[in-house]
Write a protein that binds this ligand. Structure first.
Ligand SMILES: [Cu+2]
Length: 251
């Protein structure tokens, strides 16, 4: 929740399950006051990710900055349980940061296990398949292929400056990984599907959950995957070109 003098500060961490809540938070900076100026990254000043602790549920939201450095977002935690929220942002003149906070939705619940390894995800009639392996300590090329009714989707729409947006979290401690899209709309080489390519670097062996946001027909949908990183995974060939935005992170 704190890094480099910046602290994520929610107004509350107790949320009633199943009800839309005006969730508010600020980022307290090194000077002790709330940060009011942010850099725009991937079309937004702040990206807000909420997952259930068992990594089943996933939400990617874009809060609004109100006065006095307070962020506001309509948030629904669907059922009782433990959740983790991540704010991914860069203060003006400051570092790229991802700060987390634990949220609780009160009531009885059964703690779940992260979903079993899977390279195929279906959502609203779309099927997304994942190619590539996560190699600990190395930049790993991951390709996602989007299809619908058995046909490749070739008219994906840009979302947050890319044809897809990938978030990766380590099962166990929910470490948040930085993922770089390979190419962007309008660069003359990146096609609007069916394939979307990313570079991900995972720090260790273990299971990772990957969440892909993609936009088609004006609707953003999320496909989810579970990958095991480590022994048994084939090495990834070195890419001919590097990530499109070296040094900058995706979320
Ligand atoms: Cu975002």
């Amino acid at each position: 929740m704190s890094q480099d003098g910046y602290t994520l500060t929610p107004e509350t961490t107790e949320i009633k399950p199943g009800e839309a809540t005006d969730f508010r938070f600020s980022v307290i900076g090194p000077d002790g006051g709330p940060v009011t100026r942010y850099q725009t990254k991937h079309d937004k000043k702040l990206h807000f990710i909420v997952v259930s602790r068992d990594l089943g549920g996933f939400q990617h939201l874009h809060p609004e900055l109100t006065g006095d450095g307070v962020w506001s977002v309509k948030l629904t935690l669907p059922e009782a349980g433990a959740y983790r929220a991540f704010a991914d942002f860069a203060p003006e003149g400051g570092p790229d940061l991802t700060l987390g906070a634990d949220l609780r939705a009160g009531g009885a619940y059964e703690p779940g296990q992260p979903p079993a390894p899977s390279r195929t995800s279906t959502v609203d009639g779309y099927t997304v398949t994942l190619d590539g392996d996560l190699i600990p300590g190395k930049s790993s090329r991951i390709t996602l292929r989007v299809g619908r009714d058995g046909r490749p989707v070739t008219d994906l729409q840009p979302y947050l400056g890319a044809y897809g947006h990938l978030v990766a979290l380590r099962a166990g401690d929910l470490a948040y990984l930085h993922v770089h899209p390979d190419g962007e709309p309008g660069d003359g080489r990146t096609q609007p599907g069916p394939e979307i390519t990313f570079y991900a670097e995972v720090p260790s062996r273990g299971d990772y959950r990957l969440f892909l946001d993609f936009q088609h027909g004006g609707v953003v949908r999320t496909a989810d995957f579970t990958l095991h990183a480590g022994q048994g995974a084939a090495p990834t060939p070195a890419p001919s070109t590097g990530p499109s935005e070296p040094g900058e992170h995706d979320h």
